[in-house]
Design a binder for this molecule. Structure first.
Ligand code: AMP
Ligand code: ZN
Length: 119
């Protein structure tokens, strides 16, 4: 998709700090990091989210890259959090499937944060 910003990253049309890549995926640092380590892993091909018919081999490549990214960023021992935002309620803002890898400092317990109140 020519108007998709992550397709442009995958094509090398906009710059990114690439951490790791293979034939199927590319991992690069988030432009607005929310942790000392904040790296995104995307498939080179465009899929909107996990519900978009992503082939199993692409899912496999995405998640196989996670520990490689963690090692490259030096957080494999200290630990890291992996997040995939899917769709509106998850506040997905870039509609090209991506896996967030967060690390580099201790995080709060719990994984779900709402703008207002509790569930
Ligand atoms: P999400 O809210 O899950 O859709 O996350 C999208 C992420 O993409 C955000 O953390 C943005 O900071 C990040 N982002 C947007 N544009 C770029 C870019 N050109 N390079 C790196 N990260 C980006
Ligand atoms: Zn795309």
């Amino acid at each position: 998709m020519s108007e998709c910003i992550f397709c442009m990253v995958a094509a090398g049309d906009i710059p990114a700090r690439v951490v790791y890549e293979d034939d199927t995926i590319i991992a690069f640092d988030d432009i607005a990091p929310q942790a000392p380590v904040h790296t995104l892993i995307i498939p080179r091909d465009h899929y909107e989210h996990l519900g978009s018919g992503v082939p199993a081999e692409v899912l496999s490549a995405l998640f196989a890259a996670v520990p490689k990214v963690a090692a490259a960023k030096g957080v494999e021992e200290s630990g890291y959090r992996v997040v995939v935002n899917n769709g509106r309620d998850a506040m997905q803002t870039v509609h090209h499937l991506h896996v967030h890898v967060f690390g580099g400092r201790a995080m709060a317990h719990g994984m779900v944060h709402f703008d207002e109140g509790r569930p």
